[in-house]
Design a protein around this ligand. Structure first.
Ligand SMILES: Nc1ncnc2c1ncn2[C@@H]1O[C@H](COP(=O)(O)OP(=O)(O)OP(=O)(O)O)[C@@H](O)[C@H]1O
Length: 288
């Protein structure tokens, strides 16, 4: 790993894309029935390296700081101490080299699908003809051909999520930051979006950081799963997912089940009833 001692990059590993070094985040919060502010440590000593083209998934209990961390990588929030680097450059604010996809789609309701997808391209001042070509490519990639002139309210939740992905990909960010992007859609749509995302990732070779509450989703997608614990938010363990790709049908495999059990136990603070878990076939898609 890159050595960041003395604020200089001593050795840079070419395979590293995002490097978070000793991240702490402290919020000042108001005490109940009091004007007094106290400190709340949302993140503690987060050290994490995400490799180029890696699909990294973060799971953890509610409030462990997943979104706070992602917001920092996006440049929308800042650590109280520590630094996050992208390609050795300190992240100080948002930029088009990082695309964000959120749970609530965040589409512009007054813009057509095509216009939504072209939004980042307009900011980048890409000429109209090229914009249309690029947006069409990404609309096709997320299987929304024929829906270009519709408006967000005319689409299903799954379709809106596809538009959000197409919009984030269209301006060609190097990194895609996804905060529970599939949480609002039904189970079947969710699985097809997962498959679609993997197909797109394999084609576009983006670096992805993806947050989810679903253990199954994490294992199905990830090269690596980061398991966090709360209060304060810390990295508990990082697990390499060495399942072969493509992963169609992989959920039924013994290895998938073993990983599911391992992550579940980590999230239970190691207090899970192992015997019960061993006997259970019903761990499918347990939510954190
Ligand atoms: N602006 C803020 N001011 C004070 N506390 C905050 C602020 N933003 C987040 N927090 C607190 O920091 C902690 C981490 O929040 P964060 O949203 O990052 O968690 P999370 O892991 O993404 O949770 P969830 O899974 O529920 O989305 C929580 O306890 C939250 O209440």
């Amino acid at each position: 790993m890159t050595d960041f001692t003395d604020d200089t990059v001593a050795v840079h590993d070419e395979t590293e894309k995002i490097v978070a070094v000793n991240i702490n985040k402290i919020y000042k919060v108001r005490q109940k029935d009091s004007e007094k502010l106290t400190e709340f440590q949302a993140l503690k000593n987060i050290n994490l390296t995400v490799k180029k083209e890696e699909f990294l998934v973060i799971v953890g209990p509610s409030g462990c700081g997943k979104s706070t961390f992602l917001d920092m990588v996006a440049g929308l929030a800042h650590p109280t101490s520590g630094e996050i680097y992208m390609d050795e450059k300190l992240i100080t604010g948002p930029a088009l080299d990082r695309g964000i996809v959120l749970q609530g789609y965040a589409l512009f309701p007054w813009r057509s699908i095509r216009k939504n997808v072209e939004f980042g391209l307009e900011i980048k001042k890409i000429p109209r003809k090229e914009r249309t070509e690029i947006s069409q490519r990404f609309i096709d990639l997320v299987n929304l051909h024929g829906f270009e002139d519709r408006y967000p309210h005319e689409l299903s939740g799954g379709m809106k999520q596809r538009v959000a992905i197409a919009r984030a990909l269209a301006y060609d960010p190097e990194v895609l930051l996804m905060d529970e992007p599939f949480a609002a859609v039904d189970a079947q749509t969710r699985e097809s979006l997962q498959e679609e995302l993997l197909r797109i990732w394999e084609k576009t070779k983006k670096t992805i950081i993806f947050i989810t509450h679903s253990i199954d989703e994490a294992i199905f997608l990830a090269d690596r799963v980061v398991v966090m614990s709360a209060d304060p938010g810390e990295i508990k363990e990082t697990i390499n997912i060495e399942l072969p790709r493509p992963r169609d049908g992989i959920r039924a495999s013994a290895e998938f089940g073993r990983l599911r059990q391992k992550i579940w136990q980590l999230l239970q603070n190691g207090h899970a009833d192992t015997e019960e878990l061993r006997q259970s076939d019903n761990l499918n898609d347990r939510a954190v």
